[in-house]
Design a protein around this ligand. Structure first.
Ligand code: SOE
Length: 400
């Protein structure tokens, strides 16, 4: 007979928002401790949202015990340990600041906020809370893709040699139809920016993380290709079908974001973010070219990393497709037998596993609010470069 080990202490989660990210995060909170050995067991306590009817259905589906239409109830509830912010960017600062002041650990979706000023206040509050043992993390979940975490390891080990060039694209197509309806992601007041902050933020964070270098200056152009869209319609996934005969709303964010970046170490990078690249569904691509080789990744083939070893003998050179599903690869050993791949949702499960471990062990999870503030500064510099005729703009260095 075996004696079951004592159950790990509960970590009670209060989540704000229940859209796409609410679904992804709650799945991760439910799953992480079943695949990773964690010092605490997440418990889905209370879900907060504005619309009572759909809120109850979401809580039922996601597995939350209670609901509230006031996010403040989560912050005031002494039982809740973590506030998970899955709402649009215009609400991040207010919720995160209140949560940190109340001593709650915070997971905040990306981008950290809608402005540098809000992000600075959030990073300062997180630093203050850290001295009281309160942890915070920004949800740049793609860092936890095994192939990308492995790419970072390879770069740190010197596989590509001296980095010469960085190339990053994030291509989606859910806004290709000019009559796809308005959504909050097309409204600057709510979302902060368009393709730039929504998906460009991911490739900024990833390239900085993989290369170990911050972006120091940028020159870019933002463009709104479809300036108005049907105000009403049926939503499906991220987009949907707009009522083309009805009133149109104004798109106040960029559809395309193109920019060049100079990293702190001097390397140049090219960046492209768009949600109207027909046929590209979630093509988040990163390529690093160095003196000794290259690595290339495309999220549409997320279980693979292409690596090129320029030191291999002539005649045997060429990109090798590494299947990053093996026990040697980050996170992969916790899952399926060799070769059985992972999906989008696993990046969130890994993020939650790392966060729960950090909370349990009293260490700081990454990306911190400071790192996310730095991404925000890059976003702001791209916007100001575009407004200023695509001239180079410096990115203020992080204080840390
Ligand atoms: C929409 O473009 C979106 O949902 C982003 O907001 C997410 O961060 C990305 O993971 C998928 O696409």
């Amino acid at each position: 007979m075996t004696t079951p080990s004592a159950p790990a202490r509960p970590l009670r989660i209060g989540m704000v928002g229940y859209g796409f990210m609410g679904a992804a995060h709650s799945h991760a909170w439910r799953t992480a401790h079943r695949f990773f050995d964690l010092p605490l067991t997440p418990v889905l306590s209370t879900l907060a949202g504005r619309t009572e009817s759909s809120l109850a259905a979401a809580a039922e589906r996601y597995g939350f015990a209670r609901t509230t239409t006031r996010w403040q109830d989560l912050v005031e509830d002494p039982e809740i340990d973590v506030i998970d912010i899955c709402t649009p960017g215009d609400t991040h600062a207010e919720i995160a600041l209140a949560a940190l002041a109340a001593g709650k650990h915070v997971l905040c979706e990306k981008p950290l906020a809608n402005s540098v000023e809000e992000s600075e206040r959030m990073a300062a509050a997180a630093a203050d809370a850290r001295s009281h043992g309160v942890r915070s993390i920004c949800g740049f979940s793609y860092r936890r893709t095994p192939a990308l975490a492995y790419a970072r390891q390879l770069v740190a080990e010197g596989f590509v040699g001296q980095i010469r060039q960085v190339r990053a694209q994030y291509l989606q197509d859910w806004l290709s139809d000019a009559d796809a309806p308005m959504t909050w992601r097309l409204d600057k007041d709510t979302a902060g920016s368009g393709a730039l902050g929504d998906i460009g933020a991911h490739i900024i964070d990833l390239t900085q993380w993989i290369t170990g270098q911050d972006i120091a200056a940028v020159a870019g152009t933002l463009e709104t290709v479809v300036p108005t869209r049907p105000a009403a319609g049926t939503s499906q996934g991220l987009g949907g079908t707009g009522d083309a005969s009805g009133a149109r709303g104004r798109v106040t964010v960029d559809d395309l974001a193109l920019f060049t970046a100079r990293f702190a170490g001097g390397v140049l990078g090219s960046f492209e973010a768009t949600r109207m690249a027909q046929g590209r569904k979630n093509a988040m691509r990163v390529e690093i070219n160095g003196s000794a080789g290259s690595i290339a990744f495309d999220f549409e083939r997320m279980n693979e990393l292409e690596i090129y070893d320029a030191t291999a003998p002539g005649g045997r050179q060429g990109f090798t497709r590494v299947l990053t599903t093996e026990p040697e690869h980050p996170y992969a050993a916790a899952w399926w037998p060799t070769g059985h791949g992972l999906g989008y949702e696993h990046t969130f499960t890994h993020e939650i596993a790392d966060l729960v471990r950090a909370i349990g062990e009293g260490t700081d999870p990454s990306p911190s609010f400071d790192e996310a503030l730095q991404v925000q500064r890059v976003l702001a510099a791209v916007e100001s470069s575009s407004a200023d005729g695509s001239h180079w703009q410096d990115v203020p260095p992080s204080a840390a």
